[in-house]
Structures are given as C-alpha cells and as structure tokens.
Ligand binder design. Sequence first.
Ligand code: HEM
Length: 336
Amino acid sequence: MVALGTTLSAFWIMANNSWMQAPMGYVVENGAFVPTDWSKIVFSPVLWVRFPHMLLASFLTGAFCVAATGAWYLLRSKFAAEARIMLRMGLFLGAVLVPIQIFFGHLNGDYVHDYQPAKFAAIEARWHDEQPAGEVLIAIPDQKTATNYFEIKIPVLGSLIGSMSFDSKEVGLTDFPRADWPPVLIPFLTFRIMVGCGLVMLFLACVGSYLNIKERLERNRLLLWAIFLSWPLPFIAILTGWFTAEVGRQPWTVYGVLRTADSITPFLTAGAAMVSLIVFCVVYTLIFVFGALYIHRLLRIGPVGRLAEPAAGAVPNRPMSVVDEPLARSHPGAGE
Ligand code: HEM
C-alpha cells in the first residue's frame, strides 16, 4: 500500500510539475490558470517521459541501497546468506533498470530540446548557433561573457544527441533575450553529475552481476567496497536531476507564461516566503537525519527472525537457497 500510495503521489507531483514545464490544456481567466482539457494534462507527452524517469530513479535507489547493504555485510562477514541475496537482487535489478533509465533520460533530453530550447542550450553550455553542433563534455561556462573556459568538446556529437542527425543546426542561448536565460552553470554541472552517477551505476551493476554469476564477486573486496560506497549515487543523481529540471526552467515558474518574479502571491511577503523556506529546510533535514540514523541502526542489527543461528538441534524451515553452506552441512535436513 505504501508503494502504491507513493507511486500515485509521484504521478500527481510529476503531472503538476510537467504542466509547469510545458503547460497545455488550459486557459487564463481573470489572471488564473483554468484547466480546460484534463486529457491533455494527464496524457501530456512530457509527463509520460518524466514520470517513468522518476519512478526508475526511485527503484534504482532501492536497488543500490539493498546491494550496498549486502556488500557491507559481506565485508564485515555478517549475515552471509542474506547478504548474498541482497547483493544478487540489488545488482541484477540495477543491471536491468539503469539501461532503461538511460533510455528514458534520452527521451527527457528530447522533450527539453523540443519544449524548452533555452534550458537545452544552458545544459549544453551552447552560447551560439552551431551547425553541426559539438557536445561540450567539460567546461566552466561564464554567463557574463557568454563563453566557456577550459572547454573539452566533441565535434558533431551535439547534433547527434539533440536531433539524431550529423548536420542539424542546434540553437545557442544568444538566440534568446538575456532576460529569458536560465543560470547556465548549475544545470550544466548538475546534468553532468546525474549522467556521471548513472554511468558509474551501470558499470557497477553490470560488472557486479557478471562476477556474481561467475561466483567471483565475494572474493573481490575492492568491488564489494565500491558497491558499498555506491549507495549515495542514486540520491545524488535524483537531486542533481531535479536541479537540472528546476534551475534550468528559470526564469519561469510556468514555462513561457508566468515568470518566477511574478509568481509570489500578493498575500505573502518575501520575508515570510524566506521563513517558510527555512522551516522546510530545517524540518526535512531533521527528518532525513533521524531517518538515516534509524535505518543505520536497523541495518546494524541485521535481519530479524533469521534462522542462521537455530536453537541446538532445531531444523530450520526456510528454503535451501537461503541456507548458508555450513548450516546446510550441520543440518542435513535443512532444505526439506
Ligand atoms: C544517464 C543518463 C541520464 C540522462 C541522459 C538523463 C536525462 C535527464 C534530463 C534531460 C533531465 C531534465 C528533465 C527536465 O528538465 O525536465 C533529467 C531529470 C532528472 N533525472 Fe535524469 N538522466 C539520466 C540519468 C539519471 C539517473 C541515473 C537518475 C537517478 C537515479 C536520474 C534522475 C533524474 C531526476 C529525479 C530528474 C528530475 C525529474 C525530471 O525532470 O524527470 N537521471 N534527467
């Protein structure tokens, strides 16, 4: 029920946010947005690439946390039977879902390209029109001078990523009035961090699953450490993904229609908005810190009700596949 509830909640959050990214199915009446066509809002093509991207991000977070916990137990030689299952399931799920996530990431890029060209140009740190367009891998974009410092760029790749073509013209930020530019540095960097996290996750999940099938993973302590340390990656990817989407949307609250500067309700002062923002930050930090400490405590205690240490002479009643080898040897009837 919790999974279903949070999925439904995520759907409506993404529906709301996708409407703000690409508004459709509405009219403005007396200064208020009024929905006129709910089917356009609920079946928006933007929503249906962003909602799966968000869901997959959550599943991957679960997968990597489970795999990392399994690796942690194995590194400490604890709960070996359970740890193996956690590692196998988490890595396998990661190996299946990360490629699908990258595909949906690409579709996300397509929607930004079509609906929010200024955000796309900011993510690419592309200041001027280019044909064919190169892809900037690393740079320090400078908004004031509209140039990139220390740029490393691959020719033609920008056209390929933007339009699946070898010679398409891709627009630069200077095509738009300066007042409509988003801050460039943040979406440029956060997008690359998100993609970087995705690629590291892909590597760990694929290599880990392969070594697991070959039964060589447990001996590879370096990889176990890497898998253990990888648990923050999906969290970082999610945060940087949202920074890309939201900072890149600036200076608009509702893209192309309502500016952020005009969005504050007349009943709220800037000071009151700041106070509520600070309260949000404090409350969420507290919830996050206590949640993290509590989960850490549960993980240290380990699986409860496990049968790895049965009472003397007792026959464990769990399936053979989850019984440690030594246990199976000392209790020959364990799998029956
Ligand atoms: C590796 C290739 C990836 C690509 C090409 C990609 C692409 C994108 C793009 C273009 C956006 C901005 C969409 C917008 O402005 O509305 C975005 C947002 C986002 N990404 Fe990714 N992404 C990738 C990987 C990941 C991974 C691995 C995660 C998390 C595990 C992730 C989580 C998110 C989240 C939570 C958002 C914000 C919600 C949204 O706008 O859909 N992304 N991604």
